[in-house]
Design a protein around this ligand. Structure first.
Ligand code: DOR
Length: 442
């Protein structure tokens, strides 16, 4: 798999920016899409690498806007190389990563360190949130490049937990860059943790961190966003109540995301996969699944993130509540959602919008999220005709498991292209490819 400067994709079913499809060829040069036509005649030149995409569908590469890749400091769970291999296999060409690494990403120096590590070992494009603490306001304002400020309003220990409204107000009222919130109310969770202490059934997790805890925090974040007219993104929206709240009143500057697991799994998963189903915010009821789906279809929820949060099987084997929360996702998210599309729940174009176009728009990432002349050649060719199950032994994430193991899916990536370079093709990773740091327009 060469990383040529010129690449020709032939006979693909190409997703157009208007949501329609056409069969044709795409010519890529120096990392950009330069020509799209029904048939391209190019001079026979051995430096042009051709891919026969007959029967395959070409989509913009997935931009996963919420992942935890564990480097630096927690590399026994995952690192930027293994995570980016998993991305390439899953059709994810760019990611936005969270600051709960060790050290925490709360300073420009920590951000620069992640960017440097990524330049050396990351196969796909990367961006990193800066984490809010009570005392780093200058770095929050000036850090660059970053998609925004991450606030953990609950579900976190240590300095990343912001549980005081006065501190939240300070952050919301200073500067203008996007604030992304993990919204769960820490006081309510603390009180319910005491109430349900001693119960080792992991299903209690969804009772302790209940719908009300999520709703209260989301209400507060929305109120502050309205008060200060501040760009707000609500991470992994998980409850029917939050979706209904946004349906009633969602300012133009507010966006929200949902994970595939909050759409497709619910509390019944504890019976089959126990602590592997444990995440924050927790899995909810089938009713929540249905309301979240409708909110996504109606545009109340803007896009999809995986919240890829790997932990080892040994860590997950500890009894609740010592078992850590989180599950991996980048390798399965696109196939999960495209399977839903093929089965009629939504369209393939909607999936591409939720997993690429709308993310690029919300985070103001230039030249990504569409198959159009002049756009970056971050692309994925998927096979919508073949079903294959999620198999543990095939996973590239270091944690080596998936909550969707055994699910029979279609829409798997066949070829993934990052900046015009083939990073994944028919089951093989090209580990020579490197992604680039994402840019975020002001
Ligand atoms: O379940 C989760 N795990 N949710 C988060 O927000 C953090 C994550 C982690 O880093 O493990």
């Amino acid at each position: 798999m060469p990383s040529d400067s010129s690449l020709l994709i032939r006979h693909a079913q190409i997703l157009q920016p208007d949501g329609g499809f056409r069969v044709g060829d795409v010519h890529i040069q120096d990392g950009k899409i330069v020509r799209i036509a029904s048939h391209l005649e190019l001079p026979s030149d051995r430096s042009i690498h051709e891919i026969d995409a007959t029967g395959l569908t070409l989509l913009p590469g997935v931009i996963d806007p919420q992942v935890h890749f564990r480097e630096p400091g927690l590399e026994h769970k995952e690192d930027l190389f293994t995570a980016s291999c998993a991305c390439a296999k899953g059709g994810v060409t760019s990611f936005l990563e969270m600051p709960n690494t060790r050290p925490l990403t709360t300073t420009q120096a920590a951000l620069d360190d992640k960017l440097q590590r990524s330049a050396q070992k990351c196969l796909v494009n990367y961006g990193f949130f800066i984490g809010a603490t009570a005392d780093v306001l200058p770095d929050l304002l000036d850090a660059n490049p970053t998609p925004g400020i991450k606030i953990f309003m609950g579900s976190m220990h240590g300095p990343l937990l912001i549980d005081q409204e006065t501190v939240l107000k300070k952050i919301f009222s200073t500067g203008s860059r996007l604030i992304a919130v993990h919204a769960e109310d820490p006081a309510r969770i603390q009180q319910r943790r005491q109430q349900f202490a001693g119960i080792a059934d992991p299903a209690i997790h969804s009772q302790i961190q209940d719908n009300q805890a999520a709703l209260q925090a989301t209400q507060l974040a929305l109120r502050l966003s309205q008060q200060y007219q501040r760009r707000l993104h609500i991470l992994h929206l998980s409850t029917a109540e939050e979706a209904e709240l946004l349906r009633q009143d969602k300012p133009a500057w507010v966006t929200a995301e949902v994970t595939p697991q909050h759409l497709l799994l619910n509390t019944s998963a504890y019976e089959t996969i126990a602590t592997l189903a444990q995440m924050n915010p927790p899995l909810r009821s089938p009713h929540d699944n249905a309301v979240l789906w409708q909110a996504l279809l109606d545009g109340v929820i803007d896009f999809i993130a995986t919240d890829h949060a790997p932990h080892t099987l040994e860590e997950k084997a500890q009894p609740y509540p010592n078992s850590p929360s989180g599950m991996p996702g980048v390798e399965t998210s696109l196939a999960l959602m495209l399977t839903q599309a093929v089965q009629g729940r939504c369209t393939v174009a909607q999936v591409a919008n939720w997993m690429s176009t709308a993310v690029a728009k919300a985070y103001r990432i230039p030249n990504k999220g569409a198959i159009a002349i002049g756009y970056d050649a971050d692309l994925v060719l998927v096979d919508l005709n073949t079903y294959r199950p999620v198999r543990r032994e095939e996973l590239l994430t270091k944690c080596g498991w998936s909550p969707f193991e055994g699910w029979n899916l279609t829409g798997w990536a066949v070829v993934t292209i990052v900046g015009g370079q083939v990073v994944y093709e028919h089951g093989k990773i090209n580990a020579d490819v490197r992604g680039q740091a994402l840019r975020f327009d002001a």
